[in-house]
Design a protein. Structure first.
Length: 463
């Protein structure tokens, strides 16, 4: 096919492998046989289960060829190590495309900002982006390997939970724009020196930046000086966002509206007011971060603002649903994808600023990877909960027991060891007019509670 993403000969050339069983061309790359579509290359990775076991199923699902490190039935490129070969394909895809690349990391907001930037790139020309949260040692090279030859702009999400994980990924992407949304106590149990170690790990995003690149940084974050110092040392120009007068993008005001918000800001000396479909307070700085990133990628401001105006909240990251029940409806705010002390406080502040709803109810599950200070981080949420004037609090998990114990009896809605046990109690408590927010770490299964509440909809729909 003329528009092949890869030919078997090209794959063999960049990986040092050899074509076995006949030549082929592919239009996509997959590492999961369940996700294979017609024309894909299936990469048989080693893992908990050997990917080679799923090669027959991938071919049956329509894979045009395989990347394998053992002889398999069907056309394939045989290599010594399939992950190393995927990395080689990623590097080759990077070098053959004329794309201007951005890499985004941060303790909070990296997925949302990545997808907001992707929405702007989609309006500006031939683009490519990470899907889902493909941000680790497999997801980043996979995203690169999937990048079409004619891509003009691309954005990549890069995550970590230990030091020295971002550096090799940044060097693989070689971004022209490197972004740190913010730094906070996330995965802190893996860093003996606490947030200092986290900030230094996030600064690894600059280790692969192209000469003359742009670093987009949060000037309101206490680690701004460390990050900007590392960026400048890497040869980057810093573009800052925040509330200070010296910021390149300065946030003046964030006003929640029915179904979204209006942001007032000064960007490049121009005072702007623009709408969002997002109502979370963190979308004030997030929107400015996205705008600066798009500007550094050569997307004009009018196009960037148009993209932000229609960018919807991501599932599990603030998406709202109106759930119809007997006697009326309640609003479900689904923040169940992830949680940490920074995002939890931000979400509670946003909830407290809402003027709709008869009651504010929160269902919270454990925030994970907080180390020995985890009980204290959870207990301290009692303050933001009081400031947000939350009516009822439901808690699930051993760490959330610390918050439960810190709450006054008048705010206690219910406690359970696990989310699945708490869910029916939350479902029984909600009523017409309520604002109900569900938030917790993905591993503590907050999504179970959100799913149970969504299933209460007696119209079988969500608005």
């Amino acid at each position: 096919m003329a528009d092949a993403l890869w030919t078997s000969a090209e794959i063999a050339a960049v990986t040092g492998g050899r074509v076995v069983g006949g030549s082929f061309e592919v239009s996509g790359v997959s590492i999961d046989s369940r996700d294979v579509t017609t024309g894909d290359l299936f990469v048989a990775l080693a893992g908990e289960r050997d990917g080679h076991l799923f090669a027959p199923g991938a071919l049956q699902a329509g894979a045009a060829g395989l990347l394998a490190s053992a002889t398999v039935d069907g056309p394939h490129v045989l290599v010594a190590d399939t992950l190393a070969a995927l990395e080689a394909m990623g590097a080759a895809a990077r070098d053959r495309a004329p794309a201007r690349r951005a890499a985004i990391t941060g303790s909070v907001g990296k997925t949302s900002v990545t997808q907001a930037v992707a929405a702007g790139l989609a309006l500006a020309g031939r683009w490519h982006a990470s899907v889902k949260s493909y941000n680790n040692h497999i997801g980043v090279p996979l995203t690169l390997a999937r990048m079409p030859r004619a891509t003009e702009r691309a954005v990549f999400e890069i995550g970590m939970n230990h030091a020295d994980e971002i550096t090799p990924l940044s060097r693989l992407v070689r971004p022209h724009v490197a972004v740190v949304t913010t730094v906070g106590p996330v995965h802190i149990e893996n860093f003996p020196d606490g947030e200092t170690g986290i900030a230094q790990a996030k600064a690894e995003i600059f280790d692969g930046i192209e000469p003359g690149g742009v670093a987009v940084l949060n000037a309101d974050n206490p680690w701004f000086d460390l990050l900007s110092g590392r960026a400048v040392a890497a040869g980057a120009r810093v573009a800052s966002f925040g509330a200070g007068e010296a910021c390149d993008a300065r946030l003046l005001d964030f006003t929640a509206t029915d179904g979204g918000a209006v942001v007032r800001a000064v960007i490049g000396g121009e005072t702007l007011a623009f709408p969002l479909l997002q109502s979370g307070l963190h979308w004030g700085p997030n929107s400015l971060c996205a705008l600066l990133t798009l500007e550094a990628m050569g997307v004009d401001r009018k196009t960037a603002l148009a993209a932000l105006a229609v960018f919807s909240p991501l599932a599990g990251r603030g998406a709202e649903k109106v759930i119809h029940i007997a006697g009326g409806a309640f609003t479900l705010i689904d923040e169940s994808y992830n949680a940490n002390p920074v995002s939890m406080v931000s979400a509670l502040k946003t909830l407290g600023g809402r003027r709709d709803g008869t009651r504010r109810i929160v269902a919270l599950t454990d925030m994970l990877e907080l180390g020995s200070e985890a009980p204290a981080y959870h207990a301290r949420l009692a303050g933001p909960i009081a400031e947000a004037d939350v009516d009822l609090v439901f808690c699930a998990g051993p760490m959330m027991k610390s918050l439960w114990d810190a709450l006054p009896p008048t705010r206690r809605g219910g406690y359970a060891e696990a989310a699945v046990d708490l869910a029916p109690h939350v479902a029984a408590a909600v009523g017409p007019g309520d604002l109900v927010m569900v938030k917790g770490s993905n591993g503590s299964r907050a999504s179970v509670i959100a799913s149970v509440l969504a299933a209460l909809d007696d119209r079988g729909e969500a608005a």
